[in-house]
Design a protein around this ligand. Structure first.
Ligand SMILES: Cc1cc2nc3c(=O)[nH]c(=O)nc-3n(C[C@H](O)[C@H](O)[C@H](O)COP(=O)(O)OP(=O)(O)OC[C@H]3O[C@@H](n4cnc5c(N)ncnc54)[C@H](O)[C@@H]3O)c2cc1C
Length: 474
């Protein structure tokens, strides 16, 4: 028997974006149906951010055991119990899961349906035995690992982000197809936990970031012992002994790479299948659901947010989208997505973080720009921690407006916050010099980079020296 619901808001997908919309709307007294076909929490909690960061944390501990010599602490070989690492990863998921649970959302007054949702028409969604009519819909169905058309791939048992965190035995030799952030994070983590790791990348690894900074990460990953083969073509994959053989073309030669496990991390595909988007008059392509600058689809009562809406695919983007939809759908406020203020972080060691324009983008758009740099090795805290590899690079307009910043180094993901604020508040570089930074902190690197704006414009060497001294004490 069909149960009918008539509500203000129907949210499809209980991941980062959908949960944020549903909880905010429910707390504002709006009637909400939330539909989820898999696990509450979506990719981020179950197969993405959370397990990957938990695995990276375990890998860092293993690595640090062998990295104490410079501090006078004898290096020890880490003995990794991979089943226990697996359990740690799942304990972290379990610790966070209550925030995203059916119980929590039911408690907020949300009707949660654990079913697959399909549009029946422009204003009705069917989910199992339920039919939901709503004033507004939000599609937040996320994305899945893209599977490249490689000969033989379907015949081998390959891993994706949905299965790799289920491993209870350490892969002996993990081959990773894809040198993007997900591939590189997992490659380094597995290497540090004891796997041999080979990354196969068609273009350049971490190609979305500034090569001046990615080179620092790539050197560190190579020093850890990860083999990165870039500029290659994967020709075919086949089962080999108890594992897998990947045939690649590199510099005109065919090379065979044999491993015990294969991880496919070659991009993401938006989850649009089975949603009945045609029935609802919602246009989409393989890049995702088409949305306007206010996240509305071609069906004016339906919004699409997060990974399924194409664009940058991060949890904080899905949350940002959720905030915009709440403002527009519930308060009728005009909203406009501004992708230029979105930061991102790759959680390799060292971390790589970015916000705003890169140097190349800034030159193209603004022509005359200033590029400011400050290296970690000039920072006292970095010296004390012996974490001196890295730099902050800031791009400003000629007049000092902060256009973008990139950081590679320890805690880059934390240090980028200041620049994210600066970019989104359209601040000038002066603001980044006009506060007192506690000593000794890595954050002083940001301030020192900002002072660099003033130094070269001063012809007088004495004044340049004064600026350098002020930067140190100010
Ligand atoms: C390995 C990995 C590491 C990552 N690390 C980070 C990180 O460190 N930081 C970061 O910001 N981002 C990270 N991401 C990206 C992040 O996970 C996603 O950007 C984020 O989860 C997107 O949120 P979403 O709400 O769009 O989709 P999701 O969180 O994926 O939620 C979508 C939900 O919709 C459900 N669904 C799909 N179709 C239907 C249907 N027809 N009916 C009902 N339910 C449906 C799915 O089951 C899923 O639960 C990572 C991703 C991966 C894969």
């Amino acid at each position: 028997m069909t149960t009918r619901h008539s509500v203000d808001l129907c949210v499809i997908g209980a991941g980062s974006g959908g949960l944020s919309v549903a909880s905010a709307a429910a707390q504002l007294g709006v009637s909400v149906v939330l539909i989820e076909k898999g696990r509450m929490g979506g990719d981020c909690l179950n197969y993405g951010c959370v397990p990957s960061k938990a695995l990276i944390a375990a890998a860092r501990h293993a690595h640090l055991m062998g990295a104490g010599a410079a501090f006078g602490i004898a290096p020890a070989e880490a003995k990794v119990d991979f089943k226990a690492v697996h359990d740690h990863v799942h304990a972290v998921i379990a610790a966070i899961a209550p925030n995203d649970s059916v119980e929590r959302f039911t408690g907020l007054g949300v009707t949660v349906l654990l079913e697959a949702a399909t549009f029946k028409d422009a204003s009705t969604v069917v989910a199992g035995d339920h039919e939901v009519a709503a004033r507004r819909f939000v599609v937040a169905t996320g994305s899945s690992a893209g599977v490249p058309p490689i000969e033989g791939l379907a015949d081998v048992a390959y891993l994706t982000n949905e299965t790799v965190f289920e491993n209870t035995k350490l892969p002996k030799h993990l081959i990773v197809i894809g040198g993007g952030p997900i591939g590189m994070e997992l490659a380094q983590a597995h290497r540090r936990l004891g796997s041999e790791v080979t990354v196969l990348e068609m273009f350049e690894p971490l190609a979305k970031d500034d090569p001046e900074l990615t080179s620092v990460v790539l050197d560190a990953i190579a020093a850890d012992g990860v083999v990165v083969r870039a500029g290659i073509k994967v020709v075919r994959v086949q089962p080999f002994r108890h594992g897998v053989r990947v045939e690649i073309e590199q510099d005109g030669e065919t090379v065979k790479v044999d491993g015990s496990h294969l991880l496919v991390a070659a991009g993401r595909s938006p989850n649009v299948e089975g949603l009945g988007l045609e029935a609802a008059g919602i246009a989409y392509s393989k890049r995702g659901i088409e949305v306007d600058e206010g996240l509305k689809t071609t069906n004016r009562r339906v919004y699409a947010i997060g990974d399924v809406a194409g664009g940058l695919q991060f949890t904080h983007v899905a949350n940002y989208h959720a905030g915009l939809v709440i403002r527009n759908a519930l308060f009728r406020l005009p909203v406009k997505v501004d992708a230029s203020v979105i930061p991102w972080v790759t959680y390799t060691d060292p971390e790589l973080a970015h916000v705003g324009l890169t140097e190349a983008e800034a030159r193209e758009r603004h022509g005359d720009i200033r590029v400011l740099r400050w290296p970690y090795h000039e920072n006292d805290r970095a010296q004390a921690e012996r974490r001196t590899k890295g730099l902050v690079k800031v791009v400003t307009s000629r007049k000092g407006r902060i256009l973008g910043a990139s950081i590679v180094g320890d805690h880059a993901g934390e240090l980028i916050h200041a620049w994210s604020l600066a970019v989104s508040a359209k601040m000038k570089i002066k603001a980044m010099t006009g506060f007192v930074a506690p000593y000794p902190t890595l954050g002083e690197i940001n301030k020192r980079a900002a002072y660099g704006y003033y130094a070269p414009s001063l012809g007088n060497p004495w004044l340049r020296r004064v600026i350098r001294i002020l930067a140190k004490f100010g």
